[in-house]
Design a protein around this ligand. Structure first.
Ligand SMILES: NC(=O)C1=CN([C@@H]2O[C@H](COP(=O)(O)OP(=O)(O)OC[C@H]3O[C@@H](n4cnc5c(N)ncnc54)[C@H](OP(=O)(O)O)[C@@H]3O)[C@@H](O)[C@H]2O)C=CC1
Ligand SMILES: O=C(CO)COP(=O)(O)O
Length: 339
């Protein structure tokens, strides 16, 4: 634990709040930035993020503010916990406010459409003089604040960043592993959201354990093939930020992406499901980006193609399920488990 650090977490949604709370509980001076001043004032005074993490008392030392300059100008580490659709805009806002030595870490699990850009690549582009990293793993915010034992991964080329992140986050209930493969760790966190939608949909349709196991394994195989085609290390996908996060989000209705899939499987239209969620489910946009990239690269991704056909081309789930079982026989060689 480090007493001297100052840390800012940007984004007062469920994950930003959970991460900021761990760091503050560790005795580190911590700011949580929310864009909305009424929410920041309410959270600061009630010590509860009523919208995103109701019922959880936040650490006394956590300062919640809507003043971005106050949050970042003294901070050694800045975690950006903003969904991918607004991640670049917030990064641009902080660029002139950061200390020269500040290190910046993304916790977002999404992909920007322009150029298939992952969030730490956005950081690289917008903050070229700063060390950057990624935090990703099987990490439901609700369980983190409930002090369930949790493992995560920090990935960066900067050893100093890895050490600082580990020292401010690690606790009896939060273990932080290091991985030098930033791209692989980040890609795994983004891709698994697609498969959480697939698995939620299958669950709504009554999938049994055999089906769930097959879907999970086929998901991992697809992720590995895509990773290899993108130049990432498929072995990273066998760790917490790959298969770990895949298992978590594909098997639990705490996952927003899984819940989106479940509601779709019950026959609700996509727009209605997204509106009703009230929080971000990155998998829907990630699906668009990955489908396009897989087509460009010629990567065989039947689950991605099938989900895309259901969500955006009006194909019936039953027809897609049939194709998934009968299609493309010459791909039915086991590769990383199955395809
Ligand atoms: N929740 C989880 O368990 C985990 C989430 N993640 C990832 O973390 C990222 C954030 O997710 P999460 O916290 O769950 O999302 P939520 O939907 O819970 O919260 C999103 C937060 O981002 C804020 N926000 C949205 N747009 C802007 C903007 N333009 N400027 C400033 N703030 C903005 C929202 O503010 P407002 O309330 O004012 O709209 C809200 O505080 C996602 O990429 C997600 O995949 C990663 C691991 C676990
Ligand atoms: O990434 C997550 C847990 O690791 C959260 O998943 P959802 O965004 O689907 O809720």
């Amino acid at each position: 634990m480090t007493q001297k650090l100052t840390v800012a977490v940007l984004g007062g949604g469920s994950f930003g709040t959970a991460i900021a709370n761990i760091i503050a509980e560790n005795g580190v001076r911590t700011f949580l930035w929310m864009r909305d001043s009424a929410s920041a004032t309410e959270t600061q005074s009630t010590r509860e993020n009523r919208r995103y993490l109701p019922g959880q008392r936040l650490a006394d030392g956590l300062e919640v503010t809507s003043d971005l300059t106050r949050a970042v100008s003294d901070s050694d580490l800045v975690f950006v916990s903003i969904p991918s659709h607004s991640f670049r805009a917030v990064t641009r806002q902080i660029a002139p406010l950061l200390r020269k030595e500040a290190m910046v870490i993304s916790t977002a699990k999404g992909i920007e459409p322009e150029g298939f850009t992952l969030m730490s690549q956005v950081l690289e582009q917008e903050l070229p003089d700063h060390a950057i990293g990624v935090l990703s793993g099987p990490n439901f915010a609700k369980e983190i604040v409930a002090r369930q034992q949790t493992g995560t991964v920090v990935a960066s080329e900067s050893e100093a960043l890895i050490q600082q992140v580990q020292s401010c986050l690690r606790s009896e209930t939060f273990r932080v592993y290091a991985n030098p493969d930033r791209y692989g760790v980040e890609l795994g966190g983004a891709l698994k959201n697609i498969y959480a939608i697939v698995c939620g949909m299958a669950a709504a349709l009554g999938a049994g354990h055999n089906t769930q196991a097959m879907l999970l394994t086929r998901s991992l195989a697809e992720m590995g093939r895509f990773a290899a085609a993108m130049g990432a290390n498929p072995m990273t996908f066998l760790g917490l930020a790959g298969v770990g996060d895949l298992i978590l989000t594909c098997t639990s209705d705490l996952s927003r992406n899984y819940r989106v899939g479940y509601a779709l499987g019950q026959g609700q239209p996509l727009e209605e499901v997204i509106q009703g969620l009230g929080q971000v489910a990155e998998g829907v946009n990630t699906l668009r980006q990955v489908k396009q990239k897989a087509d460009e690269l010629g990567v065989y991704m039947p689950l991605v193609s099938g989900l895309f056909a259901v969500l955006f081309e009006g194909e019936a789930i039953a027809d897609v399920a049939r194709k998934l079982m009968l299609g493309e026989q010459n791909h039915d060689v086991e590769y990383m488990g199955a395809d």
